[in-house]
Design a protein around this ligand. Structure first.
Ligand code: NAD
Length: 410
């Protein structure tokens, strides 16, 4: 049983954990910092995993949140392959899977989420993958090299980004989804059906309003059986049906939880225990811009909150003040989404939807902008669109009268 003490203890191995160390070092050059990550990788960013890494355009080292030399230069200790198993906030102590214990002055919980693993018969067959980690990405990349046909279960972010990888690798792909259109959790039928048509034009097939009844095969998956009875041949399956938040550490310590949104924190990402902070997917934070408590499952949220939590751990006492920002790349198209993904209805698209060059605006009942999406084949066009959407959101601008020129579309 090893015991030690550290000023700042960070639990997690994703973007939030790495950026918290950056935030701490902005204000405190000397205080001891330890990051403890469950996986054996250096803390990494997830966006490349379901995009370039699948195509061999990036390796795990390219996904590292900071170059490993940064930790050494900045005197940050990173323990990898070690899991935090219990937290005692009264004793300010965390116990780990390697039987060690660390005392802390300030703690960050950035434990993220775990992919749902639905109890579908045959889900344990070889060739059926969940998708969250660098190891998952490498396994699917390897499978894509010899796969003939693939099925994606779920048309969310994972399903569509990995389906894109299948199309680009020349693997026939069918996407099975219980709702009516892709990304139905966050976008309107206009954008959802645009994505569906775009993928269909590249050869992908969809089974919407459908559920999987089981996976079949002799040791390895060879087909997917739908509830309707249809059987689809597949030697590769990726299940992307959402995540559950990793709240156990906080729950075991008695920290307040939100039933849907994770571990409750205030505007400054601080729990009811003033020495414990939360950032990333698992943070149920009071959003100063949206005006309610929620959690966001996206890389930029993790990155930005991690940095802010780190600064606040070092005494900054600043609100987390970012306007939500999601992005995705699929096939040869790029997307940004900015604003409140839970407020407002689509008022239609500006630009050319068929050409994949458009902005779709969502308005609140009073006509102000709630959220906007931009799509383009030219990634460079999207940064100014995201910035414009942020500006309009902060100004509480009305959507009526906004034109292509406002967003720099031709
Ligand atoms: P998701 O929530 O984006 O999508 C899940 C999809 O699965 C939904 O369309 C849902 O209707 C469908 N679904 C639910 N139950 C199902 C079932 N039994 N059978 C078939 N479909 C079912 O989640 P995801 O795609 O699994 O992504 C996992 C996490 O990774 C999310 O937090 C996501 O936001 C994140 N992610 C984000 C990005 C990005 O922002 N670009 C990219 C990849 C992953």
């Amino acid at each position: 049983m090893g015991e030690g003490a550290v000023k700042y203890l960070i639990i997690g191995g994703g973007a939030a954990a790495a950026q918290a160390a950056v935030g701490i070092r902005e204000l405190d050059a000397d205080g001891s910092v330890t990051i403890v990550a469950k996986e054996s990788w250096w803390p990494y960013d997830r966006p490349p995993l379901s995009k370039g890494m699948l195509l061999g355009q990036a390796e795990p080292a390219d996904a590292e949140s900071k170059d490993p030399s940064w930790y050494e230069k900045n005197n940050v200790t990173v323990k990898r392959g070690v899991e935090a198993v219990s937290l005692d906030t009264a004793a300010r102590e965390v116990d780990f899977s390697d039987d060690s214990t660390l005392k802390y002055d300030r703690l960050l919980i950035a434990t993220g989420a775990t992919p749902n693993n639905p109890p579908i018969p045959g889900i344990d067959l070889k060739g059926v993958h969940l998708f969250r980690t660098a190891d998952d990405s490498l396994a699917v990349r390897e499978a894509l090299k010899s796969a003939k046909s693939a099925v994606m279960v779920g048309a969310g972010y994972i399903g569509m980004e990995v389906a894109s990888g299948c199309v680009e690798q020349g693997v026939a792909v069918t996407i099975v989804e219980p709702t009516e259109y892709p990304w139905s959790r966050s976008v309107s039928p206009l954008t959802g059906n645009f994505i569906k048509s775009y993928f269909e034009s590249k050869g992908a097939k969809f089974r919407m309003g459908e559920l999987v009844a089981g996976f079949e095969g002799d040791g390895s998956v060879s087909s997917v059986v739908l509830k309707s009875g249809e059987r689809i041949a597949a030697d590769l399956v990726v299940v992307g049906v959402g995540v559950h938040l990793n709240v156990d550490l906080a729950k075991g310590a008695g920290l307040p939880l939100d039933p849907k949104h994770g571990v409750v924190v205030n505007e400054q990402l601080r729990t009811q225990d003033p020495d414990v902070f939360v950032a990333g997917d698992v943070a149920a934070f009071q959003d100063v811009n949206l005006g309610y408590r929620w959690h966001a499952e996206h890389y930029l949220n993790a990155r930005w909150q991690g940095k802010q939590a780190g600064r606040n751990m070092a005494g900054a006492n600043e609100n987390y003040d970012q306007i939500p920002y999601f992005f995705s790349d699929m096939l040869d198209i790029h997307m940004v989404l900015r604003g409140d993904p839970n407020g407002g209805k689509s008022v239609g698209a500006i630009g050319d939807v068929d050409a994949a060059e458009f902005v779709e605006l969502y308005a609140r009942e009073d006509g102000t902008l709630a959220m906007g999406l931009g799509f383009s084949k030219n990634e460079k066009l999207l940064d100014p669109i995201a910035d414009k959407l942020e500006e309009l959101y902060r100004q509480k601008a009305k959507v009526e009268g906004l034109t292509k020129q406002d967003f720099g579309l031709e």
